[in-house]
Design a protein around this ligand. Structure first.
Ligand code: ME8
Length: 518
């Protein structure tokens, strides 16, 4: 087995159904997980739902249901979303599970044992929508003169007895962590967090007494933990913490937490400080991705532009949606989507470029060679040049993906696909059929090799279509990872097994825009 790689998404608030941002994050993390697997890593991928806190309690009250019933119903939709989008998680964790209470309480005890928790009175601003405390100096003024959080959400003045965590004690160790490692990515978010921490850290209120929908603070009646303490602990719970399980030993510290830009502070300031306090190793990296906007606008119920990600997947196909997100949005930056943009991208690059290349190649082999494959043919310079271009494109994709630079990786890959299409046009195998059949065979086999490599390279992004394509090419299920790219005998082996290409079916349909945009 390969080197372990533990990746997580944020756990979502199940106070409503999943939105497009949730789908984006889950897909991005899934592509990273599948790519790492293709690179030979042994991957563990965890996601789930964050079910405690005031936001959940208030929403449940509004709907006249219990918070647990609300969480149970909505959590089911999050799980369904992952399944529908081909997001292959290993663990789906709900923070209302009993094992999570145990893990969180143990984390608390360890922070307490380090002398980092003390009882005091909290007086300050709180945003329920963000589940966050804000300093007066961070607030902005709304149109009606009201105070708002920096995210533009309402804040309320809160006064209550509370446990505090000595966050201030961790200012220097945190700054050293940001300076000495790649803990925070991308760079812009690292700079933002550094400025915030350099500005000085106040101790953090970590329990609440005015409601009870949370994990009880051990030995302190009436206190439930601040929802972010329990939420962040989910990354440990899934490994069996506090038991010294083989999972803990194997997978902790996590390699990557994939989260959105609005929750970077929780993951890069509070979380490492809690872990330092509890004497636990720190995750290796936190990546704060950007926000997805609907035609450049934030989705909201009041604007009426909320898109159901599953409706989008139904309409355009899961693979097209996955490809679009990773190709169109520079990972780390905000991105915009619209049905037109999805259709344009999917048609230009999946249907007309790779899809057409694969379809032409397989159908010419079927029609002109009876589906039979050949090796040992004499190669021309153009064939060798194409093989180089394809390998270079794939190497760039792999390097860029390891660096979480998906749009750049896919761009390089696409250039290799274009090179293949140009090669087909130049070599015109359809005319060689009569004039030089041996040359035609060399061209078609060069194309077959290229299609196989390009398909394997992009499989983490569009797994379903690529698997259907590789099935038609006779490529075994266990020969689809990146190691297969350096297998030089695959074609001989395929020939030895008497495999023949049949009449191919297209794997990337040409999409059309609906009459009325969704
Ligand atoms: O923040 N585009 O949950 P959440 C892209 N429970 N990503 C988006 C987005 C958008 N428009 N809107 C939200 C929480 N996200 C906490 C996390 S983790 C220990 C606890 C991202 O349901 C957001 O940044 O509000 C976050 O990473 C994830 O979706 C869940 O958001």
């Amino acid at each position: 087995m390969g080197e372990p790689y533990y990746i997580t998404t944020a756990i979502s608030y199940p106070n409503g159904r999943p939105h497009i941002g949730h789908a984006y994050e889950a897909i991005a993390a899934d592509v990273i997980a599948r790519h790492r697997k293709a690179e030979g890593f042994e991957v563990r991928f965890q996601t789930g739902t964050d079910e405690h806190g005031l936001k959940m309690a208030q929403k449940a009250r509004e709907l006249d249901v219990t918070p647990l019933d609300l969480a149970t119903e909505m959590s089911g939709y999050f799980r369904q979303m992952c399944d529908a989008l081909n997001v292959e998680y290993d663990v789906f964790l709900r923070t209302t599970e009993p094992r999570h209470h145990l893990a969180t309480q143990e984390l608390w005890r360890r922070m307490e044992a380090s002398g980092d928790l003390y009882l005091d009175r909290y007086e300050g601003w709180y945003s329920v929508r963000d589940e966050a405390y804000y300093d007066e100096s961070e607030l902005i003024t709304g149109e009606g003169g009201e105070k708002l959080s920096p995210q533009g959400t309402p804040v309320e003045w809160t006064v209550e007895e509370s446990w505090f965590f000595r966050l201030s004690k961790y200012q220097e160790p945190l700054l050293a962590l940001y300076r000495d490692t790649d803990f925070i990515r991308p760079e812009s978010r690292r700079n933002e967090v550094m400025r915030f921490v350099e500005g000085g850290l106040r101790d953090l209120s970590v329990s609440r007494t005015s409601f009870d929908w949370g994990v009880p603070v051990p030995g302190s009646q009436g206190h439930v933990m601040y929802v972010w303490v329990d939420a962040l602990a989910n990354y440990l719970t899934g490994l069996g913490f506090p038991e010294e399980t083989t999972e803990m030993a194997k997978w902790w510290p996590a390699d990557l937490h994939v989260i959105g830009k609005d929750i970077v502070r929780f993951h890069t300031v509070y979380w490492p400080a809690f872990l330092m306090s509890a004497n636990l190793p720190l995750p290796r990296q936190v990546f704060g991705h950007g926000f997805l906007l609907n035609r450049g606008q934030k989705e909201s119920k009041s604007v009426g532009n909320v898109t159901d990600p599953l409706a989008l997947a139904d309409q355009f196909g899961v693979d097209a949606l996955r490809y679009f997100f990773l190709r169109e949005v520079a990972f780390g930056q905000d991105g915009s989507y619209s049905p037109e943009a999805i259709v344009t991208r999917a048609n230009a690059e999946l249907a007309n470029s790779l899809g057409n290349l694969a379809q032409r190649t397989l159908s010419m082999i079927f029609k002109n060679m009876g589906g039979e494959l050949r090796t040992g043919l004499e190669l021309a310079d153009a064939d060798i040049a194409l093989a180089h271009a394809v390998n270079a494109g794939i190497d760039s994709l792999r390097r860029a993906f390891l660096d979480l630079n998906f749009s750049e990786g896919l761009d390089a890959w696409m250039r290799a696909v274009f090179a293949c299409n140009q090669y087909v046009d130049e070599q015109a195998p359809w005319t060689l059929r009569k004039t030089d059949p041996a040359r035609m065979e060399a061209v078609l086999m060069t194309l077959l090799r290229s299609v196989r490599s390009l398909a394997i390279a992009v499989r983490p992004v569009v797994p379903t279509a690529i698997d259907t394509l590789l099935d038609q090419m006779g490529i075994a299920d266990d020969a689809r990872d990146y190691q297969a790219l350096s297998d030089i005998t695959w074609l001989d082996d395929l020939i030895a097994s008497n495999f023949r290409i049949a009449q191919p079916v297209g794997v990337f349909p040409r999409l059309e825009l609906p009459e009325v945009a969704p």
